[in-house]
Design a protein around this ligand. Structure first.
Ligand code: HEC
Length: 111
């Protein structure tokens, strides 16, 4: 069981490395310096989301930067969770903060 897991981790690490090297070029060319509510969204994202969706890419969770689902679906997902993804209640992420994360996710599409 342990060696099986190890193998999966190694495979996953290899895949991640392959993806990372392929994607590194466009990332460097892009300039993204959010302001206002998008910047606030980024701050909250870094606290709650980045550990599983690092920079919008796949980590423990899938890549979300290219997910075409409408923002209301994503907000629903944040509130209610899905599978391994935890739910975030109003006490954790306020309504306004949720909107700001949403604006931040949306802004990715335009840079
Ligand atoms: C503990 C890890 C974890 C955290 C923290 C987390 N997610 Fe997720 N997220 C996941 C996993 C795992 C999935 C896939 C769920 C599934 O399909 O079963 C997912 C799925 C998603 C999806 C749908 C992606 C798709 O293509 O189906 C979105 C959007 C998303 N997360 C956004 C967020 C946002 C925004 C936050 C911060 C508020 C966040 N996640 C925090 C683990 C996490």
């Amino acid at each position: 069981m342990k060696t099986g897991n190890m193998l999966i981790y190694l495979l996953a690490a290899g895949l991640l490395a392959a993806c990372a090297s392929r994607k590194s070029e466009p990332v460097k060319q892009r300039e993204f310096s959010p302001t206002g509510r998008v910047a606030r969204g980024e701050e909250i994202y870094m606290v709650y989301c980045d550990k599983c969706h690092p920079g919008g890419e796949a980590g423990l969770g899938p890549a979300i930067s290219s997910n075409p689902a409408p923002q209301f679906i994503k907000r629903f997902q944040m509130r209610h969770g899905l599978g391994v993804m935890p739910s975030f209640k109003k006490e954790e992420i306020s309504k306004k903060d949720l909107r700001d994360i949403s604006k931040y996710l949306h802004a990715w599409k335009h840079y």
